[in-house]
Ligand binder design. Structure first.
Ligand code: ATP
Ligand code: MG
Ligand code: MG
Length: 350
């Protein structure tokens, strides 16, 4: 096949389209909102809601394989698309990562460590969960959260009613607070024939719930670095996964704790664009198109900095720096909290 369908036209869909073009593929993007970042990069952008069966059908019929940059595609839309074309990564990976409880059940089921957790629907179940898990804890909506949205910290049990109110009636999960020394993520890929490749783990710093920087190499012991990569491979194999995945980890004195997984290219993998011969976007296109995986070994130290909101005003100054690769997403309006681009500062050869 020569056309790759991408659900979602944000910056990830844009950068996937660029990578696909470099490999000789055309991309069609399906995106409910108008003028998404992928617009001038994809061959075609379909602007229609996920409820529009006719638009979904036409989209699927125009492509050879379907992938996604956005994991919250409604189930009915996926059912229709899957009846027409292969979806990679597969439906199970999507189902598991769409729901924080299914995700933690899956991860603990394959022997990995997560924060202690319990489902919360109302005051009574929250009370019970807090009695079991204790405070501090974090209450999160089970679905649709990102960039720290849909979360409330409970430092003391007296804060429980306010936290529950913040869920606005949505099903939630209470997670015990993990006292981590640092946060890292592994960007890993699995090909159609089952081979696995992982990038060197990156160390992540969040500000206000949003990823601010990713640094490679991460500060990890040799055994932690190996553990991180091996546990990511275990996740991909267990899901019979095809494509790139981001695995977010907490580093603790007792070992690595899995925070969450993202069944797609990941913001904390953007450093690979300037640190590896084959970056996460090319790797994902290779996997979903059935190619062999590429060489993801790291040839430089990199600090990736997200340009969020008005950070984008720093671009003219950054453009004067040496060894700073600028990636902008073509978004017109720099609203607070909006990811406008990122810069990869390449420090020195590894
Ligand atoms: P993303 O944009 O990464 O998808 P998200 O909204 O899904 O974010 P999480 O990754 O669950 O949010 O949490 C955001 C951040 O909050 C984490 O990276 C971590 O810093 C902190 N955090 C979340 N859960 C816990 C926990 N159980 N213990 C300690 N810190 C946590
Ligand atoms: Mg998340
Ligand atoms: Mg996260």
């Amino acid at each position: 096949g020569s056309v790759i369908g991408i659900l979602g036209g944000g910056q990830l869909g844009r950068m996937l389209s660029v990578a696909a073009a470099r490999l000789g593929y055309r991309t069609h993007v399906y995106e409910p909102s108008a003028n998404p970042p992928a617009t001038h990069v994809a061959e075609k952008v379909v602007t229609a809601p996920y409820e529009d069966a006719a638009a979904l059908r036409a989209f699927a019929e125009g492509v050879d394989v379907i992938t996604y940059e956005f994991e919250n595609v409604p189930t009915a839309a996926l059912d229709l698309l899957e009846s027409l074309r292969p979806i990679r990564p597969n439906r199970r990976a999507l189902a598991v990562s769409q729901d924080r409880i299914l995700e933690k059940d899956f991860l603990s089921g394959i022997g990995l460590t997560t924060a202690p957790y319990a489902a919360v629907d109302d005051e009574a179940t929250l009370d019970e969960a807090l009695a079991h898990i204790g405070a501090p804890a974090i209450l999160k909506t089970t679905r649709l959260g990102y960039d720290g949205k849909g979360q409330a910290r409970i430092m003391d049990r007296s804060e429980a009613p306010a936290a529950l109110a913040e869920m606005r009636g949505a099903p939630a999960v209470l997670e015990g607070f993990v006292t981590f020394t640092r946060e890292v993520s592994v960007i890993a890929a699995r090909g159609l024939t089952g081979e696995v490749a992982a990038y060197d783990p990156g160390e992540n710093v969040h500000l206000g719930g949003i990823l601010s920087t990713t640094t490679v190499p991460a500060t990890l012991s040799a055994s932690e670095r190996t553990d991180a990569v091996l546990l990511a491979a275990r996740i991909l194999n267990a899901l019979d996964y095809v494509g790139v995945m981001g695995v977010e980890l907490f580093v603790t004195p007792g070992g690595l704790v899995v925070n969450e997984i993202a069944p797609r290219v990941h913001n904390s993998g953007h450093w690979t664009q300037n640190g590896c011969a084959v970056d996460q976007f090319e790797q994902h296109i290779r996997a979903v198109a059935g190619w062999p995986l590429g060489d993801g070994s790291r040839h430089a130290d990199v600090v990736m900095e997200n340009l969020i909101g008005d950070d984008v005003l720093k671009v003219p100054a950054i453009a004067r720096e040496t060894n700073a690769a600028i990636h902008l997403y073509g978004k017109a309006e720099a609203r607070p909290g909006r990811k406008m681009g990122h810069v990869n500062r390449v420090r020195k050869p590894a």
